[in-house]
Write a protein that binds this ligand. Sequence first.
Ligand code: UD2
Ligand code: MN
Length: 341
Amino acid sequence: MLKIFFYLLFFSFVSMALFIVFLSNNKKNKNFFPINVFNTENNSFSKVGNINAVPFKTTAMPTTSGTLTPCPDFPPYLQGVLQVQFNTKRTLEDVQHHVGSFLKQGGRYKPSNCTAQQKVAIIIPFRNRHEHLNHWLYYLHPILIRQQLDYGVYVINQEGDDAFNRAKLMNIGHTEALKQYDYDCFVFSDIDLIPLDDRNLYRCSDKPRHLSVAVDKFNFKLPYATIFGGVSALSKEQFLKVNGFSNTFWGWGGEDDDLYQRISLRGMSISRPNSAIGRYKMIRHNRDAHNERNPNNVQKLRETHLNIDTDGLNSLRYTVREIRKDILFTFITVDVQAPTV
Ligand code: UD2
Ligand code: MN
């Protein structure tokens, strides 16, 4: 009987010891939590550690000569796939509380521990979409910070209620941003598009780049091969080479296709991230008032080659009504000089 008792005691000790070993191993795995970061440019995987432990602000690491080293090609703090939802109501105060302390007046940021590879102006055409703006700022600032960009956010607000002109607002944003800082890359983004993966870098490349490749609204597929609307990135040189957007697309539609044609006409082709990474959620909305589809824009698309040299950055006319620098963005209200009909 006593023998049985000792056997039982022995077995319970062994199982307890095994249980403890199992628990400690489990904990180790949790701490390590490796994340595979998919490198969008050469399709290779690299490992980063636990991203939750990575602070936005890291201490500066100057070289021996006292200058900062260039930021790496592949930012080390990316998280990969992101959770995005628009059910939560967000106010500007919420967003400011969330990310404001990392930014400088005007929605500006640059990494403190390395020199950013590019100076990027994000241009957003805007009128009466404040709720969308709050979501955009809430999600995009942390992403852009993790991407180690030297960037600024410019919201170009069309004054009045004449026909909306997305493309002209982009040209104005480009011109006004350059008055503020020596940007070398321009990301043109709709206010309602939120990336679902931070490996989709808001940078420019050797070709004009279409970033919003797989949008939920289009079942995560390109609706047609040459689409260039949504979010796109052009270097300063690329944008100048095509004379910017056309200024004459009033109302909804066509201006993005016109830009695509300009790019082709100037002998360039476009690049895109992998569709597994270039994923976006669009905040659901109805067509806005005064941005109805304009049937004239279809005809205009047949004339891009006739207009590219005379309609664009070199013919841009507008009046700035106000420049307001919030901590989260620079808000520029403009009179786009809509034609009187
Ligand atoms: C598509 C394109 C968009 C543009 C548009 C045609 C994609 C994913 N999107 O978007 O890039 O080419 O068709 O013009 O391909 N806006 C305001 N207030 C307004 C009207 C527009 O702020 O009253 C801004 C806002 O940033 C908005 C953008 O203009 O996201 C485009 O307008 P939209 O969202 O109504 O157009 P949508 O979704 O059909
Ligand atoms: Mn939209």
